[in-house]
Design a binder for this molecule. Structure first.
Ligand code: NDP
Length: 453
């Protein structure tokens, strides 16, 4: 990294203490951008990098709510409005006990580049709460969502900031939040995406992130003249992204042998077939159970609980051709990455945001593994959210085929943009540099055009 870029990164770290995930995301991006910044002195003069790492606005608020037993709870709510150079802020809401401002700043920062890559007019943001929906009744989740939205409603709007789901926020939570926004504003608008199909949602939105990651993976595999047909795949997580990743891999003739949640993982050598996936969807989306139950129903599968004494995740130690980490950040550490490389992994497409630690990324790139970072591979979710916004504005709904075709075209275009930028400024197969640089250039040029704001 050149001196100027190192100083921007270290100043950002000093100004944002105790936010390691944000530091990690900023360092990775700035390292890639150091390859382009010397060619564009005007960015340096306009302090584009310094502005990019400073959120336009951060909102933190109290979320009081009452449980079914009448006890009062206080959670913390957040919205990080990172960058609006390309359009209204757009990015998910995460409800998970680990949520804090540093994690949301990392996610909002990543979202800026990801949204730019989609080719749609979307700025970047992210929000959420340290509320844990696990074990809560529907009524408790509704009360929480209503209290959360009562405050958030002041900060968002269809032309200002349009949140969506993320970990812990699915169709149920979006429904409760949308209902409360509508009631407060007396307005039926496209203020959230991931809505129900009967009231403004888009076909293919639930599928979009997983499907998009697999479309991106197929594009990468095509560069080495192969496909997913017959490939063995490791998938982590068992939520929205993981489920539709499995669905699309099955459709394309691949075989998924793992799924996980925060308690452990299952290994099913015979593959998570479509009927087994239907069971997982019912287990996770309706009964809200644990992945351990899979092995009880399908005895050919083995369940491995999380072992806190291990410094690696044995899920990544299984031999496979492709991997789709789809749970959470930093779930592949350096040892896991080494296991994947030792087992001859061909391709990794990140469904989750930043699931691989920096040393793991370096290892994959060094060993010429086809490696797609989350901001490229999982951009299908926000892309179809963008298409949901378009349909809401037009008061029209597109068919499943139309949305899926657009998603496929967008993922192909993102792949192309990453390869082009990587070829121009780095190595053609370095998708990390490619995604960071291609995402950055569009945002930086818009910021230049819009003056010092
Ligand atoms: P869900 O809440 O639907 O599922 C998350 C899954 O990951 C669950 O299986 C969950 O297990 C597991 N998980 C969460 N946290 C941890 C943890 N700390 N350790 C181990 N497992 C964990 O979320 P999504 O599928 O929507 O999101 C998954 C990832 O994809 C996230 O990184 C998210 O930011 C990213 N993403 C999501 C998009 C979307 O459209 N939904 C778009 C782009 C990226 P458990 O139930 O035990 O918590």
């Amino acid at each position: 990294m050149d001196d100027y870029c190192s100083v921007v990164a270290s100043d950002c770290i000093a100004r944002n203490p105790a936010e390691p995930e944000f530091h990690q995301a900023v360092q990775e991006v700035i390292e890639s951008l150091s390859k382009v910044i010397d060619h564009r002195p005007e960015y340096r003069k306009a302090k584009i990098l310094e502005r990019l790492v400073e959120p336009e606005r951060v909102i933190i608020f109290r979320v009081p709510w009452q449980d079914d037993a009448g006890e009062i709870h206080i959670n913390r709510g957040f919205r990080v409005q990172m960058n609006s150079a390309l359009g209204p802020y757009k990015g998910g809401l995460r409800f998970h006990p680990s949520v804090n401002i540093g994690i949301l700043k990392f996610l909002a920062f990543e979202q800026v580049f990801k949204n730019s890559l989609t080719t749609l007019p979307l700025g970047g943001g992210k929000g959420g709460s340290d509320f844990d929906p696990k074990g809560k009744s529907d009524n408790e989740v509704m009360h929480f969502c209503q209290s959360f939205m009562t405050e958030l409603a002041r900060q968002i709007g269809p032309d200002t900031d349009v949140p969506a789901g993320d970990i812990g926020v699915g169709g149920r939570e979006i429904g409760y939040m949308f209902g409360q926004y509508k009631r407060l504003r007396n307005e039926f608008s496209g203020v959230l995406t991931g809505k129900g199909l009967g009231w403004g949602g888009s076909l293919i939105r639930p599928e979009a992130t997983g499907y998009g990651a697999v479309y991106f993976a197929s594009e990468m595999l095509a560069t080495i003249d192969t496909t997913l047909e017959g490939k063995t795949c490791l998938v982590s997580g068992s939520g929205n992204v993981a489920q539709y990743t499995v669905d699309k891999i099955n459709q394309l003739g691949g075989k998924v042998v793992t799924l996980s949640d925060s308690s452990g993982y299952i290994y099913d050598e015979s593959g998570v077939s479509p009927d087994k996936l239907a069971y997982v969807m019912e287990l996770k989306n309706i009964r809200r159970g644990r992945i351990a139950e899979y092995a009880a129903v399908y005895p050919e599968a083995v369940y491995v609980p999380v072992d806190p004494t291990l410094n690696y995740n044995p899920l990544w130690g299984h031999k496979a051709d492709c991997a789709f980490p789809s749970a959470t950040q930093n779930e592949i550490n350096e040892i896991d990455a080494q296991h994947l490389v030792d087992n001859g992994i061909l391709m990794i497409a990140e469904g989750a945001n930043m699931p691989t630690v920096p040393a793991g990324q370096t290892l994959f790139i060094h060993h010429k593994v086809l490696f797609a970072p989350g901001k490229a591979a999982n951009a299908g979710g926000v892309a179809v959210s963008g298409l949901e916004m378009s349909q809401n504005s037009m008061r029209l709904g597109w068919t499943r085929e139309e949305v899926d075709d657009r998603l496929r075209i967008i993922m192909k275009a993102i792949h192309h943009a990453c390869r082009d930028a990587a070829t121009a400024y780095s190595e053609p197969t370095n998708y990390v540099d490619g995604a960071n640089i291609a995402g950055f250039l569009k945002v930086a040029d818009a910021m230049m055009d819009q003056g010092l704001v």
